[in-house]
Structure formats: structure tokens, C-alpha cells
Write a protein that binds this ligand. Structure first.
Ligand SMILES: *Cc1c(COP(=O)(O)O)cnc(C)c1O
Length: 391
């Protein structure tokens, strides 16, 4: 971070004035509590005994052969809940508790972040309210059921197009009315400062583990790390400890959707430009008048029209290579991972796998590559069955 809340020109706090003192309180709370040994110990213990950390770094022998380099998978799919999202949810729930809040609010699209939030909320003794677009509620029946069983209150969002970007706007609005008792548990490295910094800090446990594990297995740091993403939280979590080491190539793979027409894609780095969304300046899909355009991809976790400020900056600088994979390539990658390793990846995760499969020439035979395997595909069963057996 270059100056407070800015990554190059990106980031900042473009919010309603009422939220300014709330964001300051959050920043001060984070700076005070997060470095405390008691906080770190509680966080580490929960990540280990509740979440299942450290997650393994798995050498994917068969898959490596099919690409032609040495590929390790960082198994975030084995974290409790089935994706990397719990790292951040536990960190922020502990922070909310330390700041004497009694309630969490958040939004969710596929339901993965909503699920992680209610899990973390329950562990920390906090009420959880989740805002969810009406369209997403219809599409994500099984995660809605899970969240309800765990005791979350779910508020349907009908404004705008009834999808994630509208739910984020509604949650920010709700927060202005209840911030004294309530923490907004932001799900990715997006939103106004200090959210991007908080989320990326709590997720960087992924990269710290990668560093230790790959050194133990290979006696050297990796040559390249790949991660899928939209807001950027699993990617930044994996990249953070390696950003200053310029020899390590970093790849960020976004949702190409059906094709590179802005109406059919979520390739924001290809099709977007800088703009303000949800309180921060970042790369955003927008029309000529600056109206936000909805993104499109079959991977609901990548279906967000903005890229967080830190990943926007790193890609603009050329430190991280921004890439994309199309939906059909992603489904093919799922099939190959199933066949070679017996693992069913999340559609989001399969974007990183598809990139490797489509660009083997970028990776040398002796190179050590790490894929941040962000989640498991159980949530995508319906979509996968329809794609493979009904079309
Ligand atoms: C939510 C999600 C993502 C995308 O979110 P980021 O904040 O960009 O990491 C990627 N993979 C999985 C499995 C997810 O659930």
C-alpha cells in the first residue's frame, strides 16, 4: 500500500459521509486488535482446529504430466466450508467481537461467503443477517438452505437487477443505520478502505503456508503462482508474501464468460476501465456513460463487475499478469481435473486450471507451479450436470 487506503490511484473511500467515522473506527479497531498476540493466537487456533489449517500443498502428479511441468495445488477446498472464504470470515468475526459488536451483516451471491459468515458469526456468538439478490436466492437453493439451518436471517434484495452488486449497495446502506452494534463483514478485497487491506491481511495465511510448504518439498520458492478471482481475495492471499520477489510470476485468471463481448463476459481487466464501485476506485465494467454493466460468467463467485483496488494496481503495474478463461474451457478443465486427480474443483477454481491447460508453453518442464485451488465443486453440481448431460 502506497498511501492510506490507496494502491496507486486505486482504492480510497467514496462513501456517504455518515460512513466516514464508521470506517475510521474500523481502521483503528483493526490496527489495534489485529497485531495483539491474544488476537493472533485466537485466530490461529480457530483456523487450525475449526477450519482445518494448514491446508495441504498437494503435488498433482497426473495433472502435472498432462500439462508438462510440476504442479502443486494449494488445497483451500479442504478448508471447512469448502473454499478459502472462511479465513477472512473468521478474522473479521473475531475483530467484530473485539470491537464489541453484536451482529454481522453481509451480502452473498453464490452463498459461499454468506455461509462462511454465519459459521464465523456463530463461533464468535454474533447474530448474522445476509442480504441476497432475489435472483441469486432462486439460483442458489442449497446454500440458502444451509445458511438458514445455521441460523442466518436472509433478506431478499429486489433493488436494481436483484443480484450481487445490488445486494452490496443495500448492505452498505443498511450499515449506515446500525454501525454502532453491527460489523459489515466484507467478503472480498473490495469496498472502501480499510476493507481491502483487512481482507487481504486475513487471507495472506494462504501464501505464508505456500511459502513454507513449497520450501519443504522443493527446497526453493515457486516459479509461478496462479489464482482465479473477481474481487481478488484468494489471489492476493496467495500472492502477498511473494509480491516483492520479482522472479516469481503471478497470474490472475478472471471469468471470460462465453466470449469477449462485454454483454457475455466478466473479463473486467480486458473490457473495463477505472471507475467507482462500492466505495472505491477500481477497474469496473461500465458502459460509455459510466453506468455499471453486469458481468456474465457461469462461475457465480467470479460474477462481479469490479476488480479490487490492490489487484487492479498490481495488474496495471504489470506485476501480476491478468488472464481469462472462457466458460467452455473451464468446463473442460473441470473434467480433466476430475479424470486426472479425482478432484471436483469449483467452477471458479477451474479458471486457473484452464489457463494452465491452454498455455502450457508459458511453463517450463522443470518449473514449480502452484495453483491456488480455491474451492470444491459440490456447489456447482447442478450447473455441471446440465452442461455435460443436457446440452
Ligand atoms: C468467492 C470465490 C472466488 C472469488 O473470490 P475472490 O475474492 O476473487 O477470491 C474464487 N473461488 C471460489 C471457490 C470462491 O468461492
Amino acid at each position: 500500500m502506497l498511501s492510506k487506503g490507496r494502491y496507486g490511484k486505486y482504492g480510497g473511500q467514496y462513501v456517504n459521509e455518515i460512513l466516514m467515522p464508521v470506517l475510521l473506527e474500523l481502521e483503528e479497531g483493526f490496527n489495534k486488535h489485529c497485531p495483539m498476540p491474544s488476537f493472533q493466537e485466537e485466530f490461529t487456533t480457530l483456523l487450525r482446529d475449526y477450519g482445518g489449517r494448514p491446508t495441504p500443498l498437494y503435488y498433482a502428479n497426473n495433472f502435472s504430466k498432462s500439462v508438462g511441468c510440476k504442479i502443486y495445488l494449494k488445497r483451500e477446498d479442504l478448508l471447512c466450508g469448502g473454499s478459502h472464504k472462511l479465513n477472512n470470515a473468521l478474522g473479521q468475526a473475531l475483530l467484530a467481537k473485539a470491537m464489541k459488536k453484536s451482529r454481522l451483516i453481509t451480502e452473498t451471491a453464490a452463498g459461499q461467503h454468506g455461509l462462511a459468515t454465519v459459521m464465523a458469526g456463530n463461533v464468535c456468538g454474533l447474530e448474522t443477517d445476509i442480504f441476497m439478490g432475489v435472483k441469486d436466492i432462486e439460483r442458489q437453493v442449497s446454500n440458502v438452505k444451509r445458511m438458514k439451518l445455521l441460523g442466518a436471517n436472509i433478506t431478499p434484495v429486489t433493488s436494481g437487477s436483484g443480484i450481487l452488486k445490488d445486494a452490496v449497495s443495500d448492505t452498505l446502506r443498511e450499515w449506515t443505520t446500525c454501525s454502532r452494534t453491527t460489523h459489515y463483514l466484507m467478503g472480498s478485497t473490495v469496498g472502501p478502505h480499510p476493507f481491502p487491506e483487512i481482507v487481504s491481511t486475513f487471507q495472506s495465511v494462504i501464501g505464508e503456508e505456500i511459502k513454507e510448504q513449497v520450501l519443504a518439498k522443493e527446497g526453493k520458492l515457486p516459479d509461478a503462482i496462479l489464482a482465479c478471482g473477481s474481487g481478488g481475495s484468494n489471489a492476493l492471499g496467495a500472492f502477498r508474501p511473494f509480491i516483492n520477489n520479482k522472479n516469481i510470476r503471478l497470474y490472475f485468471i478472471e471469468g471470460g464468460g462465453e466470449n469477449l463481448n462485454a454483454d457475455n463476459s466478466a473479463a473486467v481487466f480486458k473490457l473495463g476501465r477505472p471507475g467507482i464501485l462500492h466505495g472505491a476506485l477500481m477497474q469496473v465494467l461500465q458502459d460509455e456513460d459510466g453506468q455499471i454493466k453486469p458481468s456474465r460468467t457461469r462461475a457465480s463467485g467470479l460474477n462481479y463487475p469490479g476488480r479490487g483496488p490492490e489487484i487492479s494496481f498490481l495488474c496495471e503495474m504489470g506485476r501480476v499478469k491478468s488472464c481469462y478463461a472462457f466458460d467452455n474451457e473451464v468446463f473442460n478443465a473441470v473434467k480433466i481435473m476430475c479424470k486426472t486427480e479425482g478432484l471436483l474443483p469449483a467452477l471458479e477454481t477451474a479458471h486457473a486450471i484452464a489457463y494452465l491447460l491452454n498455455h502450457p508453453e508459458e511453463f517450463g518442464e522443470e518449473e514449480v507451479i502452484v495453483v491456488n485451488y480455491s474451492g470444491r465443486g459440490d456447489k456447482d453440481l447442478e450447473t455441471l450436470m446440465r452442461y455435460f448431460y443436457e446440452s
